[in-house]
Design a binder for this molecule. Sequence first.
Ligand SMILES: Nc1ncnc2c1ncn2[C@@H]1O[C@H](COP(=O)(O)OP(=O)(O)OP(=O)(O)O)[C@@H](O)[C@H]1O
Length: 253
Amino acid sequence: MQIQPSDLGLIARVAELGKRYGTGASTVTALDDVSLGLRRGEFTAIMGPSGSGKSTLMHIMAGLDSPTAGQVWLGDTDITELSDSALTVLRRRRIGFIFQSFNLVPTLDVRGNVMLPFDLDGRRPTRDEQAWIDELLDTLGLRPRIGHRPHELSGGQQQRVAIARALATRPDLVFADEPTGNLDSRTGREVLGLLAAASARYGQSIAMVTHDPVAASHADRILYLADGRIVRDSGRSSAEEISSFMLSMEVAA
Ligand SMILES: Nc1ncnc2c1ncn2[C@@H]1O[C@H](COP(=O)(O)OP(=O)(O)OP(=O)(O)O)[C@@H](O)[C@H]1O
């Protein structure tokens, strides 16, 4: 796929991306000539066997790691050309993160954790942003827990706080890394429903790395990686269809 920087409707894109670790005989090719665009407002799942390059791709697209070849854009910004400090500001303002381990600050209560992106940016939410945060806290059922710290919350509640924090600044793109990995299946389904709703109702662009076919079945689009390459790009699929494709990849490997 040939992607031009002027492509409209793409929230992020990479072109001819490569990532190698190490040198000489011990070189590992984690990504090999990957070109893709993430569409605005879409919920995209990134799947593939262990070691296929999913985390590497997500970290590079989020500006947390640098490629050894190719280019990465967030909107119209080529992030491979940014300084570390410019990248930090861009990440803070335009990208949200949801991790398997929640990554909440243990000493802050729910409100403090959700407001963290604003505090780190040295500003207070505008009236419009505050209304959005209030809506998030209500929708996610966090209002009764607003003064509680993470250790006083269940895993599902902690993940909802992480989702509220990731969405609070209305980032261009939210990256979710196995966001249901530490949750029981019912709570996991709730969290996936919330992510799908954030994309369908509010036009939030989301990229989620997962091993779980059930998790990926909530996404609008599924990208499959194998050996550092995109091997399939499909629309919404059932968990059974996703499982059988994953199985065929393992058999082929
Ligand atoms: N810092 C590193 N140094 C050397 N090799 C690395 C490093 N990080 C990742 N790799 C290698 O790059 C390849 C891709 O790793 P990556 O973590 O992106 O895969 P993944 O699909 O996310 O795997 P998993 O599903 O197990 O998390 C693997 O072969 C891995 O061993």
